[in-house]
Ligand binder design. Structure first.
Ligand code: ATP
Ligand code: MG
Ligand code: FE
Length: 347
């Protein structure tokens, strides 16, 4: 099926077009530069930017795909989780297009989309899918027997998300926002073994699939403060590399443990942090050693985009899932266990 997907959960206005597992267009307009001077995403600015970018980005995606709106088989949109006002812009646009074109509407889960996008790159997901989801707001290990209906959390962060830790450490180091890409770049010139930062929740009595990154963030901040207080120069690249190493070590270790414990022979990694070059390399190495097949989408499909929403919408349609109603609500806290919002949900 030919599906258009709309993503507006945070600061990216993303519109993608797919035909089944084939990516036809992926248009993204980001308001990230407007937020940079505030050190984080400002919801009001994001909503306004989505409003301005929405229709032009839809048109750009249709042109890129070389299809007409009337040829679409369905419209998919991120229904949640995310910023309420930002989600509302995408949901309203999707409803308008679905209604005007007389096509089914699928309100889908942003987190399930981060997983489903890999079908555009590596073909059908194995079932069940074992996924490590690491993004700005989430870090979890998920087991999905069916990405359109059944997503089960095995564990999640008990405090900060991995991406959030990258952003906070970047702020401590004075590197600006968003922190992930800058730390990734800087770390290439640093020594990952320069400082041994703590690996949270990896003790024998700790929850095997949960994460904790707030202690790590504090440890980095304290280490940097001590250096500064002593009047010594902070080896920024070394700190970035050592921090990144700690995050990556814990993520890959727990993900492989989850695969072993569930008897799954592959691992999917999705979400913005999956764009991280060290995480990709370490996962590659450790999965190979463990006999696990690794699936990670290319970096541009890991960070927020519309193609991932279209991919999940296409899967919903292909599997005959009930479309959403035209009164589909934006749900800022839509749980990961609900891959889509069918009609009459909660009525
Ligand atoms: P969520 O998906 O949980 O709702 P989000 O949509 O804001 O959150 P994503 O766009 O999926 O998050 O990911 C953004 C996060 O990914 C940011 O925290 C950013 O710093 C991080 N990130 C992006 N690129 C990299 C990278 N190369 N290395 C590490 N982190 C990265
Ligand atoms: Mg973003
Ligand atoms: Fe995201």
């Amino acid at each position: 099926p030919l599906v258009l997907g709309i993503e507006t959960s945070c600061d990216e206005t993303g519109v993608g077009v797919v035909r089944g597992h084939t990516l036809l267009a992926d248009a993204v307009a980001s308001s990230v530069d407007d937020h940079a001077r505030y050190g984080g995403v400002v919801p009001e600015i994001a909503s306004r930017a989505h409003l301005e970018a929405m229709v032009p980005t839809i048109e750009r995606a249709l042109t890129q795909a070389g299809v007409a709106a009337r040829d679409l088989d369905a419209i998919a949109v991120t229904a949640g989780p995310g910023l309420a006002g930002a989600l509302l812009v995408g949901v309203s646009a999707a409803k308008a297009y679905a209604y005007a074109l007389g096509k089914p509407l699928y309100g889908v889960n942003h987190l399930a989309s981060h997983i489903c996008v890999d079908q555009l790159e590596h073909g059908p997901l194995p079932e069940p899918t074992m996924a490590l989801l690491v993004s700005g707001g989430h870090s979890s290990l998920l087991l999905a027997p069916d990405i359109t209906t059944d997503v089960r959390p095995l564990g999640a962060t008990i405090d900060d998300a991995a991406g959030e830790a990258f952003d906070k450490v970047a702020r401590v180091l004075g590197l600006g926002f968003p922190g992930g890409p800058v730390i990734d770049r800087l770390a290439r010139e640093g020594d990952p073994e320069a400082v041994r930062f703590p690996r949270g929740l990896t003790g024998p009595r700790d929850a095997p699939f949960d994460f904790s990154f707030s202690g790590l963030k504090t440890a980095v901040a304290r280490w940097v403060e001590n250096r500064r207080a002593a009047g010594e120069e902070v080896p920024v690249a070394d700190v970035a590399a050592s921090f990144q190493e700690a995050v990556t070590d814990v993520l890959t270790r727990k993900a492989i443990r989850a695969c072993r414990s569930e008897g799954v022979d592959h691992l999917m990694i999705g979400g913005g942090v999956a764009a991280n070059s060290r995480l990709r390399a370490m996962a590659e190495e450790r999965c190979a050693d463990a006999g696990i097949t690794l699936r990670v989408p290319r970096p541009g499909l890991c960070t927020d985009n519309g193609a991932m929403v279209a991919a999940l919408g296409a899967e919903m349609l292909a599997r005959g899932r009930t479309p959403s109603a035209l009164d589909l609500p934006a749900d800022s806290s839509l749980p990961v266990t609900e891959p889509h919002v069918p009609a009459h949900h909660g009525h």
